[in-house]
Design a protein around this ligand. Structure first.
Ligand SMILES: Cc1cc2nc3c(=O)[nH]c(=O)nc-3n(C[C@H](O)[C@H](O)[C@H](O)COP(=O)(O)O)c2cc1C
Ligand SMILES: C=C(O[C@@H]1CC(C(=O)O)=C[C@@H](OP(=O)(O)O)[C@H]1O)C(=O)O
Length: 390
């Protein structure tokens, strides 16, 4: 499968076209809208989320609630668009209005794409960069991820995400019984954290950052359960699935690091406390006694749950001014802004679920692919039976 996204933050809509979805997958807008609403939620978001009510339109590739095998085009409208038609250049302007509306953005925000994008693409008006670098684009990545999750569900594979840390507040008690348990309990927290006490402290940290005109980041975790052994490959660098997942998580706006399993902790532990011992029984086949390596060995899935973490830096747009330079006057200035999220870590956990789900679904189709869901189900079952006895 592959997909492209298009659309600006304050344009009319976000669009994605997904190619390669097998036929006979049941798919309705509601399968996608649930995740769109989850991405909009979470404590710490700014006023934009009160304007948007993200809903997908499925424009092709589905008839009577089933995929046909043709490309699936998905669209999410920007409700805010009606306020931006002049600024975005879609409506004629007159006189004085023109001067005001065409005012260029010349003051780059430290930590955003503004300055680099402007220099690279030759834009004296940095809105031409901001519009596309905005994380508004993650709306349709979540839509594509929801389709990937629907594919995975046909094989009993489930995806959950939660928040481990916000602004230095670490969740302590994050044990869960299954991905279903993780999903239900993270959903009950406004910061998508399993630890109730930490949830409260995280919200307080977000309130404080907001009051201080500052922003905070954090750590999210995605867990995928019931993945067949052998997705990805050891044979070539660009077929290693752990590498693809790392790239996908790093591609989320503001993500600065990724780890799989115990990740960076492995640096300080002896091998005997890192590698997972192998066991076998008739019912389950091969398993690992522990899952410190987070479901990967040799760029391939081990069949144990996949555990991926990503770190999100604090949001770059700050109410508290940071120094920057106006590209017209070359004078320093201290930026002040109108609206922004103060923390989007809970929302980003939903984006992380989506991009990881996409990579797993894609790897599954690469290994067992066919044009129809029912044939792929047969292929997976045969593989799992064989792997158990191997
Ligand atoms: C869900 C989500 C919401 C975000 N909201 C904002 C925001 O309101 N203001 C902002 O400046 N950055 C926000 N960001 C982060 C920027 O999009 C990001 O920092 C920017 O694109 C620069 O990319 P980089 O941080 O990966 O270098 C958000 C990111 C995510 C994932
Ligand atoms: C619109 C979304 O997030 C936006 C991401 C974002 C940024 O710079 O990344 C900046 C803000 O946009 P605005 O300036 O219009 O308020 C966020 O609201 C969204 O997540 O749907």
């Amino acid at each position: 499968m592959r997909y492209l996204t298009a659309g600006e933050s304050h344009g009319p809509q976000l669009t994605t076209i997904i190619e390669g979805i097998p036929a006979q997958l049941e798919l309705v807008a509601e399968d996608i809208n649930t995740d769109l609403a989850r991405r909009q939620g979470g404590y710490g978001r700014g006023r934009r989320m009160q304007i948007e009510k993200d809903q997908v339109q499925i424009l092709s590739g589905v008839r009577h609630g089933r995929t046909t095998g043709a490309p699936v085009a998905l669209v999410v409208e920007n409700k805010d668009w009606t306020h931006w038609t002049k600024i975005m250049g879609a409506e004629p302007l007159d006189g004085e209005e023109e001067k005001e509306v065409k005012r260029k953005l010349t003051r780059p925000r430290p930590g955003h794409a503004d300055l680099n994008g402007a220099i690279k693409y030759g834009h004296r008006d940095m809105r031409n960069v901001l519009e596309r670098s905005s994380a508004r684009e993650t709306t349709v990545r979540v839509a594509a991820g929801a389709v990937a999750k629907k594919i995975l569900a046909q094989f009993g594979i489930s995806v959950g995400g939660h928040v481990l840390e916000i602004g230095g507040v670490k969740a302590e008690n994050v044990a869960y019984e299954s991905v279903k348990d993780l999903q239900e309990r993270s959903e009950a927290s406004q910061v998508r954290c399993l630890d109730e006490e930490a949830s409260q402290k995280m919200m307080e940290a977000i309130d404080k950052a907001k009051q201080d005109g500052d922003s905070i980041g954090g750590i999210v975790e995605v867990v995928i359960e019931n993945v067949p052994v052998g997705l990805g490959s050891h044979v070539h660098y660009d077929r290693k699935l752990d590498a693809k997942i790392a790239a996908a998580v790093m591609s989320i706006n503001a993500f600065k690091g990724v780890e799989i399993g115990i990740g960076f902790e492995a640096a300080s532990l002896p091998g005997s406390q890192v590698h997972d011992e192998i066991i076998w029984d008739e019912e389950h086949g091969y398993r690992r006694k522990t899952n410190r390596l987070g479901g990967f060995e040799g760029g391939m899935t081990t069949g144990m749950p996949i555990v991926v973490r990503g770190v999100m830096k604090p949001i770059p747009t700050l109410y508290k001014p940071l120094q920057s330079v106006d590209i017209e006057t070359k004078e320093p200035f201290a930026a002040s802004i109108e609206r922004s999220d103060s923390c989007a870590v809970p929302a980003a956990s939903v984006v992380a679920e989506a991009v990881v789900a996409w990579e797993i679904a894609n790897a599954l189709l690469e290994t067992f692919g066919a044009d129809r869901i029912d044939i792929i189900q047969g292929n997976v079952k045969r593989h799992q039976d064989e792997a158990r006895k191997f």
